[in-house]
Ligand binder design. Sequence first.
Ligand SMILES: [Zn+2]
Length: 65
Amino acid sequence: MLFVMLPFLVFAAFLLYQASRKIDCPDCGAPLPTLMSPLRKTRRIWRDGGYLCARCGCETDVAGK
Ligand SMILES: [Zn+2]
């Protein structure tokens, strides 16, 4: 049973890790959303990772630059 649950636990841990990293937008200073709709992600964000600012639309990499 535990073996079956393992991928879900890893996924949950990954989400917690992502949510614990608070990164502000370099442009407007608004906190970047750690979880966002897959439909809003650009191709570059899918490939390299990164965030899209909800306030000004600024696109950053994983380090928030
Ligand atoms: Zn912004």
